[in-house]
Design a protein around this ligand. Structure first.
Ligand SMILES: Nc1ncnc2c1ncn2[C@@H]1O[C@H](COP(=O)(O)OP(=O)(O)OP(=O)(O)O)[C@@H](O)[C@H]1O
Length: 236
C-alpha cells in the first residue's frame, strides 16, 4: 500500500451525505461516506447498480455538492467554492476518464490534448510526450473514428492527465473493451498513478482488473467500505 502518514491526501471525504430528489422520492445516495486517497494511490470502487458509485465520483469531482460533510482536495476545503471557482478548480486539479473515452469526434488525438490544455490556460502544450506515455504517439493525427476502443480510451487517459491533475476520476473504463485491452488500460492507469503521483478513483464492474489496484472499496446502499488492501502497492 502507498499510505504515507505525513502526506496530505489528494482526496479527503469526511462524513459525506448526498441526498437526491425531494420528499417521498428523496434518496440518500451517499450515507456518511469517509475516504482518504493518497497521492499515487489507485483505488477501485465496486458495488451493485444504484449503490452510489456515480454519486461518489460526482462529489469527488465537484459536480455534486454534498448535503453535509466535507470534501478536501490536497488539503483545500472545496465545499465553499462558488460554482465558477469550483469549475476552475476542477479544470486545474481533476481529470475525468469516461466509459468510452468521450472524445470529440472532429479532433485528432493530439488536438484532444491541446484543447484540454487550452481550456486550462496552457496554449503551448506539446501533446506528443503524453501520447507517447500512453503508447499512442503513432496515432497523434488520427480522429476517434479511426481508433479502436482501447486506443480511444488511451487517448482519453492522456487527455485527463494533460493538466497534471492531483486526482483522476475514472468511470467504467473497460466497459467497452475486450479482456486484453481492459487489462492494458487498467495497467496503464496504475502506471500513470505511480509515475505522476496522481490519486486514481475508478468505478468498475470488472473483477479481473482489481489486481492492478492498491485498494478495493465497496459501495452498498450509499455506504462505503474497504474490501481489500493489497500489500506491496499496485501490481501494475
Ligand atoms: N437525480 C436523482 N434524483 C433522485 N435519486 C437519484 C438521482 N440520481 C440518482 N439517484 C439515486 O441515487 C442512488 C445512487 O445512484 P448512483 O447513480 O450513484 O448509483 P451507481 O452505483 O452509480 O449505479 P450504476 O452502477 O447503476 O451506475 C440510486 O438509488 C439512484 O436511483
Amino acid at each position: 500500500m502507498t499510505t504515507r502518514p505525513d502526506a496530505t491526501p489528494a482526496l479527503d471525504l469526511t462524513d459525506v451525505v448526498l441526498e437526491l430528489g425531494d420528499g417521498d422520492a428523496s434518496v440518500r445516495a451517499l450515507d456518511s461516506v469517509s475516504l482518504q486517497l493518497d497521492p499515487g494511490e489507485f483505488a477501485a470502487v465496486v458495488g451493485p447498480s444504484g449503490s452510489g458509485k456515480s454519486s461518489l465520483l460526482a462529489v469527488a469531482g465537484l459536480l455534486s455538492r454534498p448535503t453535509s460533510g466535507s470534501v478536501r482536495l490536497h488539503g483545500i476545503d472545496v465545499g465553499d467554492l462558488s460554482p465558477a471557482a469550483a469549475a476552475r478548480f476542477r479544470l486545474e486539479n481533476i481529470g475525468f476518464v469516461f466509459q468510452s473515452g468521450n472524445l470529440i469526434p472532429a479532433l485528432t488525438a493530439a488536438d484532444q490534448l491541446r484543447l484540454a490544455a487550452r481550456l486550462a490556460g496552457n496554449r503551448d502544450l506539446d501533446p506528443l510526450p503524453l501520447l507517447r506515455a500512453v503508447g499512442m504517439e503513432h496515432r497523434a493525427g488520427h480522429r476517434p473514428g479511426q481508433l479502436s476502443g482501447g486506443e480511444r480510451q488511451r487517448v482519453g487517459i492522456a487527455r485527463a492527465l494533460v493538466n497534471r491533475p492531483s486526482l483522476l476520476l475514472v468511470d467504467e473504463p473497460t466497459a467497452a473493451l475486450d479482456r486484453r485491452r481492459s487489462e492494458d488500460v487498467v495497467q496503464l492507469l496504475a502506471e500513470q498513478a505511480s509515475a505522476f503521483g496522481v490519486a486514481v478513483l475508478m468505478v468498475t464492474h470488472d473483477q479481473e482488473v482489481l489486481r492492478h489496484c492498491d485498494r478495493v472499496l465497496e459501495m452498498v446502499d450509499g455506504r462505503l467500505g474497504e474490501l481489500a488492501v493489497a500489500e506491496g502497492g499496485s501490481a501494475g
